[in-house]
Design a protein. Structure first.
Length: 334
């Protein structure tokens, strides 16, 4: 049995195999790979693309998805070992994971960090607890990383660019009214580096550097591929010659949960929206975003509505890659 919690633990060949299988499903969407099988989808946070694509994907492969709104339609769950449950959660993950495992063939979880204590939340405690106690594979639908989004992103870039090895990938911080989770940013540099791209990160201040675990992994993957990883606050340096631009906003970890103190640093990125002038510095780059996306805050209309934008293809790919993933983890016959 194998979980899909982060692409950090999967090889490039394994990930490419999932993407190749996803392309087959794009050409021929229906099948029986999950006939008689089921997946529980636990949502601790809202979703549009993730819920729809997993639910529909299971259906198209003959399976059944059970959508559970863990914010109110199921019992609150405690996941800390040795907890004295005299207040709050009614059920421990030890029972919840085992009971669900006796019903379904796969468990998928979406649970964002609470923005309280990064030292604790960087360990991804909720999904890790489910993975420890479940007896069926667990899939990450976004916690502190978003591995399904990574697969969809890489599939879209390969479709447009072909072999991405040696190409220059720019992850740029972009403005947003409030600080957001670092999950997609973490995932973007993991996937781009693992697939042999030169990875650049553009941030308004070095305080927006990502957690050392993900920065270190990206540096290691780049070193293995003979490519480069860099962090810069210089817009021209970041965009110059880039082949792919990925937009995301996130909060600065040194101010985690204390966002009012971060405001002066966020203000440095007021001009970081992706626009035509910045794209003109690239090597006719593609540009994408995980969605949902605030137009004319993160990316200008003229860029979103251009042929360079891959966000819609990336979103569609979520359906295809997740079907390949469910098929693989469920041990289904093709």
């Amino acid at each position: 049995m194998r979980h899909f919690l982060s692409t950090e633990d999967w090889s490039r060949d394994e990930l490419q195999s999932l993407i190749d299988r996803a392309r087959a499903y794009r050409e021929s969407p229906l099948g029986n790979a999950l006939k008689g099988k089921s997946i529980a989808l636990l949502f601790f946070n809202p979703s549009l693309r993730t819920r729809t694509s997993f639910d529909l994907g299971a259906y198209q492969l003959g399976g059944h998805a059970i959508v559970l709104d863990a914010r109110g339609s199921t019992w609150p769950v405690e996941f800390e070992e040795g907890a004295v449950m005299d207040d709050g959660p009614e059920e421990h993950v030890k029972e919840a994971a085992r009971v669900l495992s006796s019903y379904v063939d796969l468990i998928a979880i979406r649970a964002f960090p609470k923005f309280e204590d990064w030292t604790a939340e960087r360990e991804d405690p909720l999904i890790q607890a489910y993975a420890r106690h479940a007896t069926v594979p667990v899939i990450n639908m976004e916690t502190i990383v978003h591995p399904c989004q990574e697969l969809a992103m890489m599939m879209a870039m390969q479709d447009r660019m072909g072999d991405v090895r040696g190409k220059d990938f720019l992850l740029t911080w972009v403005p947003h009214p409030k600080p957001l989770n670092t999950a997609v940013a973490n995932s973007a540099i993991l996937m781009a580096s693992k697939f042999g791209m030169n990875v650049r990160m553009l941030v308004p201040d070095e305080a927006f550097a990502l957690d050392p675990r993900y920065m270190g992994a990206a540096e290691r993957f780049c070193a293995d591929a003979g490519t480069q990883f860099s962090l810069t606050t210089n817009v021209k340096e970041a965009y110059s010659g880039a082949d792919a631009v990925y937009a995301k906003s996130w909060g600065a970890l040194p101010f985690y949960g204390k966002w009012e103190e971060e405001a002066p640093l966020r203000a440095k990125g007021a001009g970081f929206m992706i626009d035509d002038a910045k794209m003109a510095m690239t090597n006719n780059a593609v540009v994408s975003h995980c969605l949902p996306m605030r137009r004319n805050v993160k990316i200008a209309d003229s860029v979103v509505d251009s042929d360079a934008f891959l966000g819609l293809q990336e979103a569609e790919n979520r359906l295809h890659v997740q079907k390949a993933l469910m098929e693989s983890l469920a041990g289904a016959e093709r």
